[in-house]
Design a protein around this ligand. Sequence first.
Ligand code: B12
Length: 310
Amino acid sequence: MDITSLIKDKALAVGFDLVGVTTADAVDDLHVGHLTEWLDCGYAADMGYMHRNFEKRVDPGTLLGGAKSVVCVALNYTPETQFDDNPEIARIANFALYEDYHGFMKDRLGELAAFLVETTGDGARFKICVDSVPLLERALAQRAGIGFIGKNRMLINPDFGLQLLLGEIITTVELTPDKPMEKTCGECDKCVWACPTRAIKSAGTIDARKCISYQTIENKGEIPDDIARFVGNNVFGCDRCIDICPYQKFAKEKAAKNKLFKFHPQRQNLKLKDILEMDEKQFEEIFGDSSLKRTGLQKIKATIRKCTAS
Ligand code: B12
């Protein structure tokens, strides 16, 4: 078996749902142009880090000297149980119903990278990336054939849907690249109309200033009044543009397969009132290993006070 096939088999064996390979070349001008326009229009809101490291973000080769390939992986986070829509219950974005994915994915990518070095010899170098590294993860995953980018800007795989978390290994090893997935949403623009704040422009660009996910996770200040009235019980993140997508509705994979990726069903049933009454110790017990930890209990309480009648 060739090295690329061995690496791909190992990626699935360590627990990822999808794997693809692309070169370490810069993304094409289309992506560079979209990122430039997005930044220039102020759509990055107060995410100052999105303005930094532009060269690195568009060119994975600059993150590791001598880089030749990028192994792109995806982990399905479709929840085991569905949220019962009730305005008194706090709605937490599906990805955060699981343990914090950053550490989980980095550990498995570490195992995969160790295998890569073992298989190809001592000289192989690599860099592991999950979310926080300046990299256009969705553009690379599309180029590696894992999925296509939808109008809601999510990486969509026709079998798995949209609830996929992305990670990469940039490496000096030369692997055989996959073909990009060339697909589009066609005429469908359900996500554009489902977004309560019209954060998705019809061409597909997302204005983070209007995105409920940005406002409830990233915005350290107060949520503006014109957005607050649409937030409702979405106290952390938002899945509206994902839930409405036909690719999610008709996805063949109905739940995450990797049972080691810990799902916390109790996070789906918390009343808004329960969170308002929570102290830091209780918050740590329930959300200690989740993405909510970075946002913090005080911000989540402020969101509930501002955006709901609680
Ligand atoms: C900043 C950020 C956010 C911001 C801004 C969102 C955004 N759309 O950029 C906020 C806080 C709002 C956010 C929210 C969410 N995020 Co986020 N986020 C990121 C981060 C760190 C950078 C994204 C980025 O580069 N934005 C820059 C803009 C310009 O990118 P873009 O709009 O997608 O445009 C690019 C392409 O789509 C393309 N493009 C743009 N317009 C057009 C038009 C056409 C016609 C074409 C062909 C191409 C094209 O060009 C651009 C450059 O490649 C990535 C991790 C990473 N390092 O990549 C995670 C990431 C994108 N987020 C992720 C997730 C899960 C979410 C949420 C679902 C969480 C939630 N439930 O609340 C939401 C989804 C919001 C959405 N619909 O995008 C996942 C997405 C996985 C997937 N399947 O796509 C990522 C990849 C993290 C990860 N490692 O898994 N996020």
